[in-house]
Write a protein that binds this ligand. Structure first.
Ligand code: HEC
Ligand code: HEC
Ligand code: HEC
Ligand code: HEC
Ligand code: HEC
Ligand code: HEC
Ligand code: HEC
Length: 417
């Protein structure tokens, strides 16, 4: 045997041995069965989610299925978090108004009231766009399900367990529990169109039920959770120990010590053992908001993670540059629902500006101008560096650009309101 042949055989051997796992793991692929008769169903451990890229016509199901296994309940007093209801006892005013904000309901348990999409027979179906694989949203008593269908047959269903997103502006995504892992559901809801959509980042023509909800989503949409085995990087969570929403303790820190202290010392006037953001510098206060409202480099925007970069944009404004310490909270009361209130917003501009600063004001229209500053000076557009990805073919909702400036007439879209 000459040298060339040995090398050739070696390469061949490596190739054949290397291919064995593929043949074993993917036996269905080459059977030649037309997709018309059967979809390819693969069982996958969510832990390996990122190592597998489904092909069109594939349905990927979790290797094991089961609801949140044992409850894994914690004794409440073992946890440093109390949940916002505990704050209501002494801060009734903050509680009453804050719980109406999108922050408070940016995640919650799924129920007929909290899932916004339609379950009625004429509006509960959506196609993956390929190969007759579709989804059907179904209700059974109090439980809600996403069922993957092949032609008209049901193949698999998973429950709506957790809702992410208030749905007040953009939409909602959903997750189900399986053995302590939270798995994102392949269908989401899109508020502007009022329709079900394929979840951002999911591939056309596939049905995937193994994409874990990682800490990322929870960091920005959930107040507190308890990772299994204390590993903050895992995606296993104690299902009963989740405090949903961006609630009091997300901004003020875990409240157990504060609550215990003030219950034991009812006379105390100064708050103890709690973060008082009012005492932060403007920079620190803005960073608190920018934890979630500023895009950071390590986030992969293409997979559906999205923020509006409000702090980065605001910093480009003369308002920010030429004033000493403009804060998010100068224009937003985090304890109140204020969306769409342009009159309130305009009053905040006028804590620094006078109406006469606006060179555009025309005689006889003072009130009109005085109530609409933000509509003429903050552009509404899905900017290139303000990313909220939904899916192809759906309109991305507009957001207020926080780079405050003089806009051209075409950009002052909402000023007629
Ligand atoms: C048993 C009563 C009690 C409970 C329960 C309670 N607080 Fe307080 N809190 C107080 C008192 C008293 C003060 C001091 C007076 C004030 O600022 O209202 C205070 C002050 C504060 C302050 C302002 C601190 C400062 O120095 O400006 C914050 C923020 C706060 N609490 C947050 C919370 C949060 C969040 C919770 C729930 C986890 C909570 N509180 C639960 C009694 C309570
Ligand atoms: C870095 C913080 C951050 C991460 C990580 C993040 N989000 Fe968000 N998300 C936001 C912010 C901020 C908004 C509000 C957008 C705005 O107006 O700026 C939002 C909005 C949403 C909305 C729309 C709510 C509505 O109706 O307006 C949904 C749905 C959503 N996120 C789902 C998710 C899911 C699912 C994940 C994980 C894959 C995730 N988010 C990860 C910060 C984050
Ligand atoms: C999104 C973040 C955020 C959430 C959620 C939030 N707060 Fe605050 N809170 C702040 C900031 C920021 C301040 C400081 C206000 C300022 O700078 O004007 C503050 C101030 C306070 C104060 C001091 C008095 C005041 O109003 O300035 C209390 C008390 C308080 N919050 C309680 C609560 C309670 C109780 C909840 C839940 C019901 C809550 N907060 C939810 C951010 C938040
Ligand atoms: C832990 C992450 C987080 C922090 C911290 C946070 N936000 Fe948010 N914020 C969100 C998310 C997520 C949404 C979208 C809620 C939704 O509609 O589902 C949001 C929405 C908002 C909105 C839009 C409300 C509406 O009516 O649609 C405003 C305004 C806002 N945040 C201001 C602030 C300010 C000001 C701070 C700092 C005091 C702050 N946020 C801190 C995550 C956060
Ligand atoms: C903390 C004070 C403060 C607040 C609040 C504030 N501004 Fe300003 N703004 C300034 C300062 C300072 C300047 C620079 C000096 C000037 O042009 O008056 C400025 C500049 C501007 C300019 C001129 C921009 C340019 O490029 O020349 C516009 C337009 C403007 N502000 C609109 C607004 C609007 C609209 C709001 C409310 C949404 C607002 N400002 C809120 C302080 C503020
Ligand atoms: C000078 C005033 C001003 C400041 C400062 C400001 N905002 Fe806003 N913001 C507005 C106005 C006005 C709106 C539109 C409100 C409406 O009409 O619903 C808005 C809207 C928002 C929204 C709702 C999303 C959208 O675009 O519809 C979020 C989230 C938000 N701001 C976050 C922040 C954060 C975070 C900061 C600090 C980095 C901040 N804002 C600082 C004036 C301000
Ligand atoms: C109907 C749209 C509209 C409304 C409402 C409006 N502005 Fe203006 N504003 C403009 C235009 C256009 C200019 C540029 C005028 C020029 O340079 O001739 C301007 C100029 C300004 C400037 C001066 C910028 C410079 O060149 O120095 C400031 C500051 C300002 N506006 C603030 C405000 C404030 C504060 C309010 C609310 C009380 C407001 N504007 C309401 C359209 C508007």
């Amino acid at each position: 045997m000459n040298g060339k042949r040995i090398v050739f055989r070696l390469i061949l051997a490596v190739f054949v041995v290397g291919a064995i796992p593929f043949v074993l793991i993917r036996p269905l692929k080459q059977t030649g069965e037309p997709l018309e008769r059967q979809p390819r169903i693969v069982r996958q451990d969510p832990a390996n989610y990122h190592e597998y890229h489904p092909d069109v016509g594939e349905i990927i199901l979790p290797a094991m299925v089961g609801g949140p296994a044992a409850p894994l309940e914690r004794k409440p007093d073992e946890w440093e978090w109390t949940g916002p209801e505990a704050c209501a006892e002494c801060h009734a005013k903050h509680w009453d108004s804050a719980r109406k904000t999108p922050h408070f309901v940016t995640s919650h348990s799924a129920s007929r009231d909290t899932v916004l999409g339609s379950f009625s027979a004429d509006r509960n179906k959506i196609s993956t766009g390929e190969e007759k694989i579709g989804f059907s949203m179904e209700r059974e008593g109090e439980r809600l399900y996403q069922t993957v269908t092949w032609k008209d047959d049901s193949i698999f269903r998973a429950a709506f367990d957790v809702v992410i997103g208030s749905g007040k502006n953009i939409g909602q995504s959903y997750a189900f529990w399986t053995n302590h892992a939270l798995i994102q559901l392949p269908v989401s809801f899109h508020t502007p169109s009022g329709r079900w959509i394929i979840s951002p980042g999911f591939k056309k023509g596939t049905a995937v039920f193994t994409r874990p909800i990682l800490n990322g989503c929870l960091d920005c949409h959930v107040t507190a959770w308890d990772p299994l085995d204390g590993d903050p990087l895992s995606f296993g969570y104690r299902s009963r120990a989740i405090i949903h929403g961006v609630t009091c303790e997300k901004c003020h820190g875990a409240g157990r010590q504060h609550v215990d202290y003030h219950r034991a010392n009812p006379g105390t006037e100064k708050g103890r053992h709690i973060l008082a953001p009012g005492e932060l510098t403007p920079g620190q206060s803005n960073e608190l908001c920018a934890k979630c409202h500023g895009r950071t480099k390590d986030l992969d925007v293409k997979t559906g993670v999205h923020t509006n970069n409000q702090l980065q944009r605001l910093k480009m404004s003369e308002c920010f540059k030429q004033s000493s310490g403009l804060r998010c909270t100068d224009c937003h009361n985090p304890h109140r629902f204020e969306r769409g209130n342009h009159i309130l917003a305009a009053s905040r501009c006028q804590s620094c500006h006078e109406l006469k600063d606006c060179k555009a004001v025309v005689p006889g229209k003072h009130q009109y101008f005085a109530e609409r500053c933000s509509l003429c000076h903050m552009k509404r557009e899905a900017l290139a560096d303000v990313n909220i990805y939904i899916t192809n073919n759906v309109i991305i909702p507009e957001a207020f650009d926080h780079f405050i400036r003089v806009l051209g007439p075409a950009d002052q879209k909402g000023s007629k309101k």
